[in-house]
Design a protein around this ligand. Structure first.
Ligand code: RFL
Ligand code: PHB
Length: 388
């Protein structure tokens, strides 16, 4: 393929890269999105499910609300469990009217790809990027593995945690914490057993009951780090979910055919700064949160909203927002890091903890059941922070 020229070269067609390309287009700024994997793979990758109110507002305002508003499931609260004790967190009441929407990340990605292509945007699949160059100049460029060069005015690294762009920031400082457990996630073709999400943090370890639609259940179990799905036949998964979710008030879990199983490590990660010269990182390429707080996708959207406005100002001659991009995003990111680490510690049995510490953890979880101020802290962070 011939070399290309555009205003903003974007690496990665995840939610961060695609939404940025879409928002830039609405400001009349041209971009090219380069994605390593094929379209089908990107649209089928099962990941996040919870959209904060602020994220839904951004997507709707950007003209991406049709399917989201028709098929997304608005939730006014969720349940916390400890053994057979249960407590509902009323998000709407505790936050003065905010809620969350359950809508699969792959649906967001599908909507974004459709919108980009309908608008005549350029999203190149199976186009892995090898390296980025001349970032300290006004004419940086991206080199793909097949040798194609994309010349642009700005490069955006939206290539996820395993991408190549983060390494191009010299003298970056990284902060990392690896949790001593992972999450086994499943999708099952069965009606969810509850209308709202259930987070359970009892003696036997963490379990989460979620959903994707009225016909599809999504669940997670805390497992040992490095565990393999081969150790988890379907019957073992349902038995473990049943034990950990308990049966408060006679509640029962309905099992069904499992269609997807995967294990993901749990880590917190931040790189600082998130920019260097004409390179800007957005989303998972710059930060990872453990999924307990359901914040990863929402943080990616937060970065992109700031970056789109900053790039627009820069093309109009004002670079001040680009100069403060990293600091602006990092404030939200560290707030979310704190919340996600707190919620993860609260709900997971730490295999390295002594029995005393484990009892303290359970007591802290129970404290939320009886304390409106603790419940409000949880609800305010979970429902999310406003954008802009
Ligand atoms: P992505 O989605 O990883 O997209 C990056 C894209 O870059 C491509 N890429 C490259 N392309 C070209 N050249 C290269 N050299 C490239 N290297 C990589 C990749 O193929 C990919 O397409 O990052 P992005 O856009 O920053 O989006 C971040 C989110 O995906 C992530 O934060 C969330 O999925 C995290 N997350 C959750 N977030 C929430 O807000 N709510 C949730 O409920 C939630 N649950 C979760 C989650 C993540 C999970 N896993 C699997 C880690 C649940 C799980 C289990
Ligand atoms: C999901 O439905 O995939 C999900 C829900 C809540 C979380 C993480 C993942 O905290």
């Amino acid at each position: 393929m011939r070399d290309m020229r555009t205003q903003v070269g974007i690496i990665g067609a995840g939610p961060a890269g695609l939404l940025l390309s879409h928002l830039l287009h609405r400001h009349g700024i041209e971009s090219v999105v380069l994605e390593a994997r094929d379209r089908d793979y990107v649209q089928r990758r099962v990941r996040a499910g919870v959209l904060e109110q602020g994220t839904v507002d951004v997507l709707v305002k950007a003209g991406l609300g049709d399917r989201l508003l028709a098929q997304g499931l608005p939730h006014q609260g969720f349940e916390l469990r400890l053994g057979d004790e249960a407590h509902r967190i009323d998000l709407t009441e505790l936050t003065g009217g905010r809620n969350i929407t359950v809508y699969g990340q792959q649906e967001v990605v599908k909507d974004l790809i459709d919108a980009r292509l309908a608008d005549g945007g350029t999203v190149l699949f199976e186009k892995p990027v090898a390296s980025v160059h001349d970032l300290e100049t006004a004419a940086p460029y991206i080199r793909c593995q097949d040798g194609t060069e994309v010349h642009c005015e700005f490069v955006v690294g939206a290539d996820g945690f395993h991408g190549i762009s983060r390494a191009a920031i010299p003298d970056a400082r990284t902060y990392e914490f690896e949790f001593p457990f992972g999450w086994l996630g499943i999708l099952a073709d069965v009606q969810p057993s509850s209308e709202e999400l259930i987070y359970a943090g009892g003696e036997g370890g963490f379990a989460l009951h979620s959903m994707r639609s009225p016909e599809v259940t999504r669940c997670y179990l805390q497992v040992e780090p490095g565990d393999s799905v081969d150790n988890w036949p379907d019957e073992r998964i349902w038995a473990e979910l049943r034990t950990r979710l308990g049966s408060p008030g006679g509640w029962e879990l309905t099992p069904g055919p499992i269609t997807e199983k995967s294990i993901t490590p749990m880590r917190s990660f931040v790189t600082e700064p998130m920019s260097h010269g004409r390179l800007f990182l957005a989303g998972d390429s710059a930060h990872i949160v453990p999924p307990t707080g359901a914040k990863g996708l929402n943080l990616a959207v937060g970065d992109v909203v700031v970056l789109a406005a900053a790039l627009e100002a820069s093309f109009q001659g004002d670079d001040s927002l680009l100069a403060s991009y990293s600091d602006t995003c990092l404030r939200r990111i560290w707030k979310a890091q704190d919340f996600c680490a707190w919620m993860t510690g609260l709900l997971h049995r730490n295999p390295e903890a002594d029995p005393f510490t484990e009892r303290i953890r359970q007591s802290r979880l129970r404290e939320i059941f009886g304390s409106p101020s603790m419940a409000r802290y949880l609800a305010e962070h979970y429902a999310g922070y406003p954008h802009g």
